[in-house]
Design a protein around this ligand. Structure first.
Ligand SMILES: NC(=O)c1ccc[n+]([C@@H]2O[C@H](COP(=O)([O-])OP(=O)(O)OC[C@H]3O[C@@H](n4cnc5c(N)ncnc54)[C@H](O)[C@@H]3O)[C@@H](O)[C@H]2O)c1
Ligand SMILES: N[C@H](CO)Cc1c[nH]c[nH+]1
Ligand SMILES: [Zn+2]
Length: 429
């Protein structure tokens, strides 16, 4: 991790930069993948699976048999853990159902909104470097609670052409059966355009690496909606002298181990906390099976000493982290100052892994500064809000003259007439 000692404010913007690929190079590669899948369907999926995943797949759909045997392939302990997480995620997302209150804006004029599920949705479950079955809970549970009719799931197979048992088990536990063995940008293209085997959907959800995220960005031009740009994981920890260095180090490493392109940031107003955390990071790093990945991510990462906790909060809001941990006994007060963040963890015992798996909040969150203008996935992400209105004769009499005047001022006389013809019929009776 690179160290910065009270950098001047004019340097802050530069310090919020995420690591990344050469943008143009990535765009043109992903653009080619999208076009090939659009033109050649399954044949293109097979070609790219061989090229990028080193696997030859004849049957893209996970069979009923593969789904059935998943139950016996997952340990009882893991099944119980998944059920505990499912329960909390269901509780939190069910509480997001919003009321559909009718508002009378003027006497006789009623307006309301109704949440209606998006009929066809696609879920991308990352699997390149780790089988993220927890992401099925995060996407599948709100999709089912919202009432989406068709749920399609794509995830990359391993080199033997298999999908991890925990992915099959979790999908089947929550009632998802259409699972396709394809990953990367080609999976996003398949769900956006449809292929001979994979149904086309209206909105695509889920995190992924740079290829997946770029593909989601580009397919929006074809009219497919996406949840948000949810790319390489990141965490920013703000710690004062009441933070606990070994805990902070474990949180930094928990996101660093996701991928070489992850980024973790430590901000503090206390040099001792920074020094002790960095030495803890080195100690804990050596115990990790994914040491090499985490080490690479740490090369993109920073520890920054700032003047005060206020300055730390200001920097964090500029950075707009996917995850923000407030490692301080004053976390509650500090949390009031959060403006840009995907998900916030308060105090020394709220580790980021809790939100990744089982507290109930959603772990599909905006990265790369997008927490400035996007929220994480929620029940609402799977719904559209349709607005309704109903005017009585009295209602139209009350607001009709204003509409006529405004329409005339915009020189849209047919608009005016739609009101006038009705007012006349009311007055004629
Ligand atoms: N923001 C969030 O909410 C969130 C949540 C979970 C995970 N994540 C992130 O998701 C990512 C998962 O990445 P992953 O790689 O493990 O899995 P992935 O499933 O996103 O990507 C794997 C796919 O990438 C494609 N690919 C690999 N190399 C390629 C190349 N050179 N060119 C084109 N395509 C290529 C392959 O087809 C492969 O199937 C991590 O970066 C993790 O940090 C983010
Ligand atoms: N931290 C990831 C979101 O950035 C989510 C995840 C899944 N499994 C473990 N972690
Ligand atoms: Zn994680």
């Amino acid at each position: 991790m690179e160290m910065y000692n009270k950098p001047p404010k004019k340097q802050w913007k530069e310090l919020t930069r995420r690591p990344g690929f050469e943008k143009n190079q990535l765009s043109s590669l992903v653009y080619d993948i999208l076009n090939e899948v659009k033109s050649y369907g399954n044949a293109a999926l097979q070609k790219y699976s061989e090229q990028f995943d080193k696997v030859s797949i004849n049957d893209l759909l996970v069979s009923e048999k593969e789904m059935e045997i998943a139950e016996s392939e997952v340990s009882e302990a893991l099944k119980s853990a998944i059920k505990l997480a499912k329960n909390n995620i269901e509780k939190f997302h069910a509480s997001q159902q919003n009321s559909e209150e009718k508002i009378e804006t003027t006497s006789g004029v009623f307006c309301w909104r109704k949440a209606v599920a998006i009929e066809k949705v696609g879920l991308y479950i990352p699997g390149g470097s780790a089988p993220l079955f927890s992401t099925i809970l995060m996407l599948g549970i709100p999709a089912i609670l919202a009432g989406c009719k068709e749920i399609v799931l794509c995830t990359p197979p391993n080199v033997k052409g298999n999908i991890h048992p925990a992915i099959r088990y979790t999908a089947s536990l929550i009632g998802i059966s259409k699972i396709f063995k394809v990953g990367g940008a080609q999976a996003i293209a398949a769900m956006a355009y449809g292929t001979e085997t994979i149904p086309q959907v209206y909105k695509i959800f889920g995190p992924g690496n740079q290829y997946v995220t770029k593909a989601k960005e580009l397919i929006q031009q074809s009219g497919t909606a996406i949840d948000m740009p949810a790319g390489p994981s990141e965490v920013l920890v703000i710690a004062d002298k009441t933070g606990i260095p070994s805990f902070i180090a474990s949180d930094l490493l928990s996101q660093a181990e996701h991928g070489a392109d992850s980024q973790v940031i430590l901000l503090s107003n206390d040099q001792r906390i920074i020094d002790e955390t960095l030495s803890e990071v080195q100690k804990q790093l050596n115990q990790l099976p994914r040491k090499n990945t985490a080490e690479k991510a740490l090369e993109n990462s920073k520890a920054i000493l700032l003047e005060s906790m206020e300055a730390c909060m200001e920097f964090s809001n500029l950075y707009a982290p996917e995850h923000l941990i407030l490692a301080s006994e004053s976390a509650s007060g500090l949390s009031e100052k959060v403006i840009n963040a995907g998900s916030v963890f308060l105090g020394n015992y709220s580790c980021e892994s809790a939100g990744d798996y089982a507290s109930g909040t959603n772990h599909t969150l905006p990265t790369n500064g997008y927490a400035r203008n996007y929220s994480g996935v929620s029940l609402e992400s799977f719904q559209k809000k349709i607005s309704f209105q109903e005017l009585s004769k009295e209602g139209l009499k009350n607001i009709g003259p204003a509409i006529e005047l405004m329409a005339e001022a915009e020189q849209l006389i047919a608009h005016k007439n739609a009101v006038s013809i009705r007012l006349k019929s009311i007055n004629d009776v």
